[in-house]
Design a binder for this molecule. Structure first.
Ligand code: LER
Ligand code: MN
Length: 264
C-alpha cells in the first residue's frame, strides 16, 4: 500500500514545485483536481516525468453531479468527467473519485423532503454510471464510486450502497472508494465493511474520525490497515483531511509518519 495526498494550502502553488515538494516529503502519489489536470496537462506531464511521482487519481474539478437533480447539470458533469478521464489516460492515472452528489441534499436537515423520488435518484445515478463505465473502458481508467456521510449526500452512504449499483448493473470499470471519515459515521465497523467489500475496493481516502489529520483523533489506523493487508489491498491510501494545530506543515508530516508507522 502506498500513501498519496490531495492538495493542501501550504503546498507550493506551482505544479512542478508541488510535485518536487511531495516527492521530498515522502508521498508516493498525488490525487489531483480534475480541472487542474485538464487545464495544465503538459505541465503535469513534465512534473511527473521530472519527479517520478505519479498522479494516482482525480477528485472534483467538474460541474454537475452524476446524481444531479438538474438534468442539464448532470449531463454537463458527465461531459467534464469524460475530459478528465481522457486526461488521466494521458498521464497514466488510475481513475476518478465520484460521489453521487456532494452538498446537494440531505434528509437530515430542513427541509428534509427531497425534490425527487428515491427511484428517480437511482435512475439518474445508474444512467450516469452506465455512461461512465463505457468511457472508463475506452480510456483504461476506473470510476471510484464514493459513499459520503448522510449530511453530505442522501443517495450513497455506505459501501453496501455503492456495491448495489455495481452488482445490479454488472459494471466492470466501477469500483468503490472507501473514505475512513465517512465510514466512521456510516458503517457499523470500518474493518468489517472493508473486509466485506474487499473484492470491489479500489481506492481509499484517509482522515481521522473528525476529518482532521490522521493521528489527531481516535481511529485505529493500524487495525484497519492490518485488515486491508489481510485482504490483499494493494492500492493507494490518499490523505483527504483538514489540518488542526499551530503549524499545518509539521502536523501534516507527523500524520504521514503516523500512517507509515501504522503500516508496519
Ligand atoms: C467529500 O466529503 C469527499 O469525501 C470527497 O472525496 C468528494 O468526492
Ligand atoms: Mn473522500
Amino acid at each position: 500500500m502506498r500513501i498519496g495526498t490531495q492538495n493542501q494550502a501550504f503546498f507550493p502553488e506551482n505544479i512542478k514545485e508541488k510535485f518536487i515538494y511531495l516527492k521530498e516529503a515522502g508521498f508516493e502519489g498525488f490525487e489531483i483536481d480534475g480541472k487542474l489536470l485538464v487545464d495544465h496537462i503538459e505541465e503535469v506531464k513534465e512534473a511527473i516525468q521530472e519527479t517520478g511521482l505519479p498522479v494516482t487519481t482525480a477528485c472534483g474539478g467538474y460541474n454537475g453531479w452524476i446524481g444531479d437533480f438538474i438534468e442539464e447539470r448532470r449531463l454537463n458533469g458527465l461531459a467534464e468527467i469524460k475530459k478528465i478521464l481522457e486526461a488521466l489516460k494521458e498521464v497514466g492515472g488510475k481513475g476518478i473519485v465520484v460521489p453521487a452528489a456532494w452538498g446537494m441534499f440531505t434528509f437530515r436537515l430542513p427541509p428534509m423532503v427531497s425534490p425527487r423520488s428515491l427511484a428517480g435518484d437511482r435512475k439518474a445515478v445508474m444512467q450516469s454510471l452506465v455512461y461512465l463505465d463505457k468511457v472508463a473502458e475506452e480510456t483504461g481508467t476506473t470510476i471510484f464510486l464514493e459513499p459520503l456521510n448522510r449530511y453530505q449526500d442522501h443517495m450513497i452512504n455506505t459501501l453496501a450502497d455503492a456495491r448495489r449499483y455495481i452488482e445490479e448493473n454488472n459494471f466492470k470499470n466501477v469500483k468503490i472508494i472507501a473514505d475512513f471519515y465517512h465510514m466512521n459515521i456510516e458503517e457499523d465497523d470500518i474493518s468489517e465493511a472493508l473486509h466485506k467489500n474487499r473484492d470491489l475496493i479500489g481506492h481509499i481516502h484517509l482522515a481521522d474520525n473528525h476529518r482532521f489529520q490522521p493521528g489527531s483523533g481516535s481511529l485505529d489506523f493500524r487495525k484497519h490497515f492490518n485488515q486491508l493487508k489481510e485482504d490483499g489491498y494493494d492500492g493507494f491510501l490518499t490523505l483527504e483531511c483538514r489540518i488542526r494545530g499551530n503549524d499545518p506543515e509539521s502536523e501534516y508530516l507527523a500524520a504521514l509518519h503516523h500512517l507509515r508507522a501504522s503500516l508496519t
